[in-house]
Ligand binder design. Structure first.
Ligand code: TRH
Length: 378
């Protein structure tokens, strides 16, 4: 039997490899499916403590709870034998489903739609692989690859239906007042979320000596020790540091929704990984992407594939400056000169990023692509 035509029950399986991207994406998708598509979602997560950092309503000790219209399950070993698989089963980022669960999927008369939700990529191969079936070697089950990306040949990008309206209604003055005061007139406001990065020292030096005030909000993330090392002073969330033109403040790790506000509030956002990149695009402000580093340097190809799409339409000078600074930031050797060239083009990059964002909003959002795909018969 083919899978259900109007799948009402969805299971999403998420392992937290490291960092927050895996659960960040799964939580976003789960909420959207529940709230915007009206389906019942069970989200299985193997690390509820990591989840609770971006969603404090999650109680790490509870293996069964409901938050934001989603049923949240602690994914423990051994996996319970008495779980009936849902109509749609999403294995996020190739995490391996419990064997007993897969066996139960094969037993169902209406076999579930089985989706492997892959990592985001701007590379050309996505067009050839998105949506491909992968039959199970033994069982009467087929898994389909679902690959987020930047054009209509991919799964698209996650974007809540009201996100752009929320950004448009965002009151930056109010937000800054809550952060301990509106930035100085004409100051450059920056959010900094990144992995460890030795280039932080050169950047902070530039900001300290800049003619323009720089108000930098550092998130409680892996970049914080790099910042502390650069200023030779340990920094903790809540602390603030002034030196020359630099006014630096460390923020606690915040709720996922609040992180969107931070991106909307700043003139320039340093982001990392996968999900914060997409959120920076939707904020429509200039950003600098620290891509998740991979052992075989595969991330460099991925970074350049994104730059190829993002830079279309920039003037040659802005294009060169942006690529040079992004490459320097990712290689942890960005120089003051690269920063000055990049920041000199920020007005053009700001207008360009707005257009880039507008163009991408023409694509259907990923939750819709997925819901439509799962409605069609196998
Ligand atoms: O945390 P990340 O580095 O996650 C990474 C990437 O997703 C990478 O592709 C993946 O392979 C690796 O994990 C295993 O970066 P990312 O993807 O931006 O996820 C961060 C999430 O945390 C995102 O949903 C935004 C959220 N966030 C908060 O909720 N509060 C915060 O204060 C901050 C800074 C982020």
């Amino acid at each position: 039997m083919p899978s259900a035509q109007h799948p009402q029950r969805w299971d999403i399986f998420c392992t937290v490899v490291d960092n927050y991207g895996d659960i960040g994406v799964c939580w976003r998708l789960a909420r959207q499916l529940a709230v915007e598509h009206g389906v019942a979602v069970r989200l299985w997560v193997d690390d509820l403590a990591a989840f609770a950092r971006l969603c404090p309503a999650v109680a790490p000790a509870l293996t069964l709870q409901a938050v934001g219209g989603v049923e949240i399950r602690g994914w423990q070993q051994p996996f319970p034998e008495d779980i009936t698989p849902a109509d749609v089963v999403i294995e996020a980022f190739a995490c391996e489903l419990p064997e007993s669960y897969v066996a139960a999927m094969a037993q169902l008369e209406a076999r579930p739609r089985w989706i492997n939700l892959e990592y985001l990529s701007a590379e050309a191969w996505v067009a050839d692989c998105h949506g491909l079936p992968s039959p199970h070697p033994r069982l009467p089950l087929t898994k389909h690859f679902f690959i987020p990306g930047f054009d209509e040949k991919s799964a698209g990008l996650l974007r809540e239906h009201d996100l752009l309206a929320r950004h448009a209604a965002f009151d930056a003055d109010l937000w800054w007042a809550d952060q301990g005061g509106t930035p100085a007139e004409g100051a450059l406001t920056v959010s900094l979320f990144a992995y460890e990065n030795r280039a932080v020292g050169a950047l902070l030096g530039e900001w300290r000596n800049s003619a323009q005030q720089v108000r930098c909000l550092v998130t409680d993330s892996r970049v914080l020790p790099s910042v502390s090392a650069a200023i030779a002073r340990p920094l903790a969330p809540g602390e603030r540091y002034h030196d020359g033109a630099l006014d630096l403040q460390v923020l606690p790790f915040m709720r996922q929704e609040d992180y969107d506000d931070l991106l909307a509030a700043c003139d320039l956002n340093f982001v990392r990984g996968e999900d914060s990149l997409v959120r920076a695009i939707w904020a429509g402000k200039p950003f600098v992407w620290h891509i998740y580093p991979q052992d075989d340097d595969a991330h460099r190809v991925k970074l350049d594939a994104f730059l190829e799409r993002y830079c279309v339409g920039l003037s040659p000078a802005a294009d060169d400056a942006l690529r040079a600074f992004w490459h320097g930031w990712n290689a942890e050797n960005a120089t003051g000169e690269q920063w000055r060239a990049f920041s000199g083009h920020l007005p053009e990059i700001a207008a360009h990023t707005r257009t880039f964002c507008d163009r991408l909003t023409q694509l259907p959002d990923l939750s819709k692509t997925l819901a439509d795909f799962c409605r069609t018969p196998v």
